[in-house]
Structure formats: structure tokens, C-alpha cells
Design a protein around this ligand. Structure first.
Ligand code: EPU
Length: 426
């Protein structure tokens, strides 16, 4: 199992480039199921979750080509024949976003068998709202031996008011409604840029979707969708992670190829902490001469502060002057990084959904364990300022969603190495 060895203390200086958004790329790849023609996606990040989705689509009979060389971030998907419309447990268990194929599969083939995802490190993560929505569109859903089976000759447009805002739930049903018979009206939708990105691809494929990016989306179902070419949005969470890397190390970092418009809540909080930002059209320069101030953070659905930035921001707050309170509203168990940060010398206490961070801690290097994607990013950030060499175990969590992180950070002066095995086998 790979590990990272990080020696803290270097300010990050120079330009670092942001990759395409994993959480846009995943639903966009699933959208290719909706047509027998070729869908070409550009700016696909080279991360493990994308490889998992490729395997998932291929196992159903799709042809998926991940580009290489100059075309390395381009993927072409052709779902001419979907001979086996099943998402097997072996794949779903490694990536919950696999349930994104449920809606498009039943819409295109009339049948889908998808393994029920279990909980994960950050919470229970049910998919009841995906199921309820598909039932409202006329699908018959049964559950047996850990699999959901959905059947419908043709889905029908429906009026759905989401009980709770769900990102992949909105995306899954959007794809289903695109090929349904008649009009759908969705209310209380997720407004994340990833939903907007998916809707842009679907419209390029011939769908008729209006209102993506707002809480009300109208979809006029069409009988057929065609192939398209689409460029994936930059990853706002990777960009936010780099902004914190620049700030926490007291560096001067140009975070390039990002979309600052998607980072509003993160930018405001960084400024509240005293971080200096210069915002361009597709880049943000961050510089901080220390003197970080405490700030309270509450995670919310977009455009609020993203839960996917909570762990990384907490790492920054350990270095701020004063006491900060972080409230996690989206997932019930997303504080797994706290005990590891405390092992590095942070002073954080948790009560229910609230963490209190007493800032100004002098972080020390330690051997720590990554528990999920964003928790891993928080530990990398802490290790970048810790005194000495930290060893981060289980960095496969990191590889699910950050492309070549160690190379990118090394390029701006971080001391970080990947180790296949730190200690030789006996
Ligand atoms: N929820 C339900 N029922 C459902 C669906 C969701 O109760 O049917 C609950 C969840 O348990 C959670 C809340 O609703 O408490 C929000 O969950 P949501 O469905 O929005 O999360 P998701 O779609 O499963 C996506 C991202 C996550 C990100 C969340 C929130 C993808 C592939 N994943 O998950 O990204 O944290 O939205 O913004 O888009 C990550 O990248 O590290 C990551 C976990």
C-alpha cells in the first residue's frame, strides 16, 4: 500500500494547475449510457474513481477509451450495446457514485440491476431519494440479495420535490428524465456546478433541460439522444485544497486553470481568515505572510461552504490565532481527520456535528492514517507545515480523487515523496 512521506516547512511558490472535476466527470461518463453514439469528454482527471467508472461501463458492454499522450485527459465512450446492464457489488463497493448509472440504465434499456451501496467512512449515505424519484417516473423497483432492480418500458416525466438536497440524486434523475416520455419538473434540486456541467452535456446530446444550477429544473423528455463532445469543469475542490496549501505554508501560489466563480464561499472564508487572494478570470493567486485569524465554518449545499472542503479548512484553522467552530451539516460522520490532526499536535474537540479548534498549534510530524479522500487532503496540508517528516498511510484514498498530487505539490516546492513500501518486507 502506497504511503506519502512529507517533510514540512517549505512555503509553496509558483504555479499549480487544477485538473478536471472528478465529481463532474463521473456523472458525465454515466450520461454516455443514454445514447448509442460516441460521447467524447475532455479534461477528464486521471484519478482512480475514473478508472473504476471505466471498468463499470466496460463490464456492461460499453467501449471506453481513456486517452494517452497529448490526448491523455480525453475519454471517448460508446454504449452501442449494453449487453449486461448490471452494476456489480465488486465495483459499487469501491465507489458509491456507481449508483449514478441507475437512472440512465433504466431510461435507455428498460432495466437496471445495481448493487446497493453500503455506508462509507463519512456516513450512511442512503440512495432512497434516487429510488423514490424513479418510482415517481413509473419504474418498478425491487430489492433482492443486496441488489436493486428497476424496470420500466419507458419512464414517464414526473413532478418531483426532493425531500432533501442531493447532488448525485439530482444528477441520476436528470439523466432518467432526459429520455422519459413527457415533461418533468424537479424542485429542491442540488445547485452544484457539477449538476450544471452534466446538464450542459445532456443538452449537447439533444436533451431539453432548463434551470440547472437553480433549485427548479424543467426537463422535456426526448425519444433519443445523440453523441456529443464536452469539456469537464475544473475541480473546485482541488482548487480550494491548493489555495489552502498556499495559505497554510505562508507561500505565494498561483492556482491556475480554475473557475473562481465556483469558489465563492471558500474565497470569502479564506479572506475572513486574513489570507490575501488576487482573483483572475481562471486563476487565483494566494499569499499569506502568516497571521491567520480564526473563523467559524458551517457546511451547506452549494453555494454554501462545501463539505468537501471542511477537513482541509480545519487543517488551516489549526494554524489560526483564536478559536474556530466548524459545523458539519451534510454528513453525520465527517470528522475522521480530527483524531489524526490531534496526533500531530492540533487541539480540536468534537461534540456531535461541531468541532472546536483552538488555533495556533505547533504541528509535529507523525505517522497518520488517511480515512477518506478529503480527510487525506487535510493530513497532507497539516504535514506540509509540521515540524519534521510525516508518513501518511493509505494514500489510495487520495488517489481516488486527486491527480498526481505529489508531483503537483513537488513542482511548487513541497517535499513530498510516494513510497510503495516504506519498510522492506521480511
Ligand atoms: N441523502 C439521502 N438520501 C439520498 C441521497 C442523499 O438521505 O437518496 C443524504 C446523504 O446521506 C447526505 C445528504 O443527503 O446526508 C447529501 O448527500 P448527496 O446525495 O448530496 O451526496 P452524494 O451525491 O452522494 C456528492 C459528492 C460528494 C459530496 C456530496 C455533497 C459525487 C460523486 N460525490 O455525493 O463528494 O461530498 O455530493 O456535496 O458527486 C468527495 O468528492 O469527496 C465526495 C464525498
Amino acid at each position: 500500500m502506497d504511503k506519502f512521506v512529507i517533510r514540512g516547512g517549505n512555503p509553496l511558490l509558483g504555479t499549480i494547475k487544477v485538473s478536471g472535476a472528478k465529481n463532474s466527470a463521473l456523472p458525465c461518463m454515466a450520461a454516455a449510457i443514454l445514447t448509442e453514439e460516441e460521447v467524447i469528454l475532455e479534461n477528464i482527471p486521471q484519478v482512480q474513481d475514473i478508472e473504476t467508472e471505466r471498468k463499470l461501463l466496460t463490464s456492461m458492454g460499453a467501449e471506453v477509451e481513456l486517452g494517452y499522450g497529448r490526448a491523455q485527459h480525453r475519454t471517448s465512450i460508446r454504449c452501442a450495446l449494453l449487453s449486461d446492464p448490471v452494476a456489480k457489488y465488486e465495483i459499487v463497493k469501491t465507489m458509491r457514485a456507481s449508483s449514478l448509472v441507475l437512472g440512465p440504465l433504466v431510461a435507455r434499456t428498460g432495466m437496471a440491476r445495481v448493487a446497493m451501496p453500503g455506508g462509507c467512512a463519512i456516513g450512511g449515505r442512503p440512495i432512497d431519494l434516487h429510488i423514490k424519484g424513479l418510482e415517481a417516473m413509473g419504474a418498478k423497483i425491487t430489492q433482492e440479495h443486496g441488489y436493486l432492480e428497476a424496470r420500466a418500458d419507458r419512464l414517464k416525466g414526473a413532478h418531483i420535490v426532493f425531500d432533501k438536497i442531493t447532488v448525485t440524486g439530482t444528477e441520476d434523475l436528470l439523466m432518467a428524465a432526459a429520455l422519459a416520455d413527457g415533461e418533468s419538473l424537479f424542485e429542491n434540486c442540488a445547485r452544484e456546478p457539477e449538476v450544471t456541467d452534466l446538464a450542459a452535456l445532456l443538452n449537447a446530446m439533444g436533451a431539453q433541460i432548463e434551470g440547472a444550477g437553480t433549485s427548479t429544473i424543467r426537463i422535456k423528455g426526448v425519444a433519443k439522444l445523440h453523441g456529443a463532445r464536452h469539456r469537464i469543469n475544473p475541480d473546485r475542490i482541488e482548487a480550494g485544497t491548493f489555495l489552502i496549501a498556499g495559505a497554510i505554508t505562508g507561500g505565494d501560489l498561483n492556482v491556475d486553470c480554475c473557475n473562481p466563480e465556483h469558489l465563492g464561499a471558500v474565497i470569502s472564508k479564506l479572506e475572513e481568515c486574513g489570507v490575501k487572494l488576487e482573483i483572475g478570470a481562471d486563476n487565483i493567486r494566494v499569499h499569506s505572510g502568516g497571521n491567520l485569524k480564526a473563523a467559524d465554518v458551517t457546511t451547506e449545499e452549494y453555494p454554501g461552504f462545501p463539505t468537501d472542503m471542511q477537513a482541509q479548512f480545519m487543517a488551516l484553522l489549526t494554524q489560526a490565532e483564536g478559536t474556530s467552530v466548524v459545523t458539519e451539516n451534510i454528513f453525520e460522520n465527517r470528522f475522521m481527520h480530527v483524531s489524526e490532526l490531534n496526533r500531530m499536535g492540533a487541539n480540536i474537540s468534537v461534540s456531535g456535528r461541531t468541532a472546536t479548534i483552538r488555533g495556533g498549534a505547533k504541528l509535529q510530524s507523525a505517522a497518520v492514517m488517511c480515512s477518506d479522500l478529503r480527510a487525506s487532503a487535510a493530513l497532507v496540508l497539516a504535514a506540509l507545515v509540521a515540524d519534521g517528516e510525516s508518513i501518511l498511510d493509505r494514500v489510495y484514498h487520495m488517489d481516488r480523487g486527486y491527480e498526481r498530487l505529489e508531483e503537483k505539490l513537488r513542482g511548487v516546492g513541497a517535499q513530498i515523496r510516494r513510497m510503495g513500501e516504506v519498510f522492506g518486507k521480511k
